[in-house]
Design a protein around this ligand. Sequence first.
Ligand code: FMN
Length: 209
Amino acid sequence: MDRAQGVFENIKTRRSVRKYSDKAISDTDLDLIVEAGRWAPSGANAQPWRFVILRDRALIEAVGEVCYYALFRSRHVAEANVVIVILGDPSAGSATYIQDCTIAGTNMTLMAHALGIGSCWIGAFEDDTVRKILSIPDRMKITALISFGYAAREPRVTPRLGYKDIVHLDGYATSKKSGSIKASMERAGKSGPLSVVRQILGVLLNRRG
Ligand SMILES: Cc1cc2nc3c(=O)[nH]c(=O)nc-3n(C[C@H](O)[C@H](O)[C@H](O)COP(=O)(O)O)c2cc1C
């Protein structure tokens, strides 16, 4: 497989993992994951990220108590082997510090996947509580938490919008569209009233995903 194919395959097959086994992530693999974040690009190369790495079970469980998936508490965070909290420093010299941190986190999830390690991005968490548990100063923004661990089951494949639904050639209004994004997502079963019911049932039944 050539390099481009390998990169694309890694991007395409990464999934959010929400059920972890108790197999531990090695220090070597964790170092590689963090290195992938460290080498992310950033506005003005300001590198405004700081990574709080949680390996302590009690801390992971405490933080997991205040992470969510849809309307429910995310049980998988408390079961994760490692959680990385990505902090952004607004005074580091990059107006795009949140984007910078997001790219660093993305690099980490992709490196984890390449190592056979699952991850899940957590954007829904109680900021105040996480801040308190981890003694994070007010001047730092918590941009995201990412849980890491070995998947205990095959994650559900999630659909994507089609190329024509998202790409506009040479300007937004000029290109022909194949239909609305909403209609496309409904065709893929990802949005619409039924999908909300499906998502809630999935969480209640602890379905794959
Ligand atoms: C910015 C962002 C925030 C997210 N927040 C959460 C979250 O709070 N809880 C959760 O369980 N998953 C969260 N996810 C994971 C998404 O639900 C998941 O990426 C999406 O459904 C696509 O599935 P996939 O990652 O398996 O391809 C988040 C993803 C992103 C990129």
